[in-house]
Design a protein around this ligand. Structure first.
Ligand SMILES: Nc1nc2c(ncn2[C@@H]2O[C@H](COP(=O)(O)OP(=O)(O)OP(=O)(O)O)[C@@H](O)[C@H]2O)c(=O)[nH]1
Ligand SMILES: [Mg+2]
Length: 263
């Protein structure tokens, strides 16, 4: 056990032990490494954590989520990347997530869904590349996703894609992205905006929480723990340079920092 580690370290350690996915394990380990004090006595511990992290990162993510039924949803939302072959779907998922799909100028390189986790201000969004053969079992993944990013290089491609989605009864909300002309950061913002979520931060832990637009302090408190609602006294809200005392019904905005005070 490390000497003089702050309480946050142990929280991260707990997170590591309860993490179900490789991504969450990596995130928790990185947090542990960051929070572990650096002094002579903790050198060995640092080395151990770092080697554990390196090993985890090398592991090929398990394809456990994929079956005929689709890709198991992870994170706050699932977004499918759909496009014609060679439109740059794999390149995009490789830039936005930790996934390492094969990228090649040969058409139809991706033959099964490629999954990766995108980080948006501390919130996890799952991206799924759909093979450009548009097989029916893959289109059903698209239908059940929370949103679709149509990867298109040119206008006619976009029109063709819209028709394909329509023919496959995909009614999922979508946005067109063009990795050939748009910056990755712009594409990331576009995908996030499509989801209609806001990011709210906990003052105490600094962690991010995704909530639907229009969510209240009640929703925020509930997500942390139901006791925060039953023992709620008031919340302190930090917005821009302003601080405000608010109740459970108060509507949150993107970027708000919330501190719950209990009885
Ligand atoms: N110049 C440029 N080349 C790109 C871009 N995105 C992808 N490419 C190239 O285009 C080719 C296809 O890229 P992929 O990312 O494999 O495309 P894909 O849509 O996943 O293709 P399939 O899985 O084969 O259907 C590769 O040679 C990439 O290097 C881009 O934004 N700019
Ligand atoms: Mg591909």
């Amino acid at each position: 056990m490390p000497v003089n580690a702050p309480a946050e370290y142990f929280k991260a350690e707990n997170k590591f032990h309860s993490a179900k996915t490789r991504e969450d394990k990596i995130a928790a380990l990185e947090e542990m490494i960051r929070l572990l004090p650096k002094h002579h006595g903790s050198e060995q511990m640092h080395a151990q954590l770092k080697s554990k992290l390196a090993k985890l990162k090398k592991e090929v993510p398990a394809k456990k989520g994929f079956s005929k039924k689709g890709v198991a949803k992870e994170g706050e939302a699932q977004v499918c990347l759909v496009g014609l072959t060679n439109s740059g779907k794999s390149s995009l998922i490789a830039t936005l997530t930790e996934a390492k799909p094969q990228v090649s100028h040969h058409p139809y390189t991706t033959t099964k869904p490629e999954v990766g986790m995108m980080d948006y201000k501390g919130v996890k969004v799952q991206l799924v590349e759909i093979p450009s053969t548009f097989d029916s079992q893959h289109m059903s993944i698209v239908r059940s996703a929370d949103a679709v990013a149509i990867v298109a290089k040119e206008g006619p491609d976009l029109q063709q894609l819209k028709k394909i989605l329509d023919d496959n009864f995909v009614r999922t909300k979508s946005v067109a992205v063009n990795p050939w002309s748009e910056k990755t950061a712009e594409i990331k913002e576009k995908i996030w905006r499509l989801l209609g979520l806001i990011v709210v931060y906990s003052k105490k832990t600094g962690t991010s929480m995704a909530l639907p637009r229009g969510a209240t302090v009640h929703d925020f408190a509930q997500r942390i723990h139901k006791d925060f609602v039953s023992n709620f006294r008031f919340a302190r809200l930090f917005r821009g340079g302003m601080t405000k005392q608010v109740g459970l019904e108060y509507i949150l905005e993107d970027g708000d920092v919330v501190e719950i005070h209990t009885k």
